[in-house]
Design a binder for this molecule. Sequence first.
Ligand SMILES: [Zn+2]
Length: 416
Amino acid sequence: MTADPEEKPEGAMNKYQLKKLIKELEDIRGRNTELVSLYIPEGYDMSKISEFVTSESSEAENIKSKHTRKNVQSALDKIGRKVREEHSTPENGVVFFAGNVSDTQGRPDIQIWEVVPPQPIESRRYRCDKEFVLEPLQQMIVDDRVYGLIVCDKNNAEIGYLQGNSIKTAYSLDSNVPGKTRAGGQSAQRFSRLRKEMLKSFLGEIAEKSKKAFMDKAREDKLLGIIVGGPGFVKDKLLDDDYLHQELQEKVITRESLGHAGEGSLKELVNRAEEAIEDSKAVREKQKVNRFLKNLKEENGKSEYGLKPVLKAMEMGAVETVLISEDYNHYRATYECGQGHEKEIYEQRPEIEDKIDCEECNEDMKLEELQDIVDVMAEKAEEMSSNLEIISTDHEEGKRLMNMGGIAAILRYRIR
Ligand SMILES: [Zn+2]
């Protein structure tokens, strides 16, 4: 069993696009239970789906309210037409949303959205409700950085990921290493050598699968750390005898003693490692700030700080990592006047006004949108494949960042 948390097939939406769409769909509310959501995983027979949609549409005949009935049927008809256009489900599957978005009763406006998501849809779902079912898609836009997990003893190994709060198993391995009691007739020496060799090859296999599971993430700087655990000496051998790839070995943040290996042990490992995970966050934050400070000191052009320079570098796609202090309290206010002129202002909250004068036509400009800088930056980071780190002010490095204005960037290349 493999679970690669990253890998977007062609034609699928990227996370940034998906995030935007989710925002749009979240705001839509049906007057009644008339918004249809249909999730189809890869590999489904589309003609079966088409039959299903048709039968749901005739089922909808039973809806008492005339308006609701018409809206549900129109939504299903639209989906049915789209389904019939598809010969097979795309890689990752497909999601249809359809329903009435008009606020005026009796004047329906039935819209449809077709989404091929950036990650596979896990299960088929159909619902007709006052809002769209978005939870499976929301899952796909959470932070894609992970901790790598390895639990092993001489019989089993579990390799997986911790992403946010969810734990995923990537590999479950069994070994053939025999117990200490040897079968009759074997010499003790030979038996002991055999056991050692089998253990060695099992450790090699664990290392190999760990490489498969974690290496890409490590190279994308999305591996936050590796946590190793197990009940006995095997986990120590894995680490102390340098079985793991050097780049992975450097990522190990803790080793924990556990009651068992095998099924369910990844969860126990995460519970045990809670403190180490917290510490590793601080270590990571400090490293990032120090890299920024080092660039600054060396005057190599690979650092920027202050909102305007960071924003500019961000828009050029030059930012590897943007650092924002948790105490940085700025917003982006977007204004628009009656003539359609627009203006963006970056400010702290108390300074933000509801109305300003338009510099072009002197009319009033009204505040249209207020967005936290962290959200603005997160969106841009997603778009430009930059990393974003929120830096706490609990440590010296974090305080220095805040003293320098609260926002800074490590650049991929110099821009001036
Ligand atoms: Zn104007």
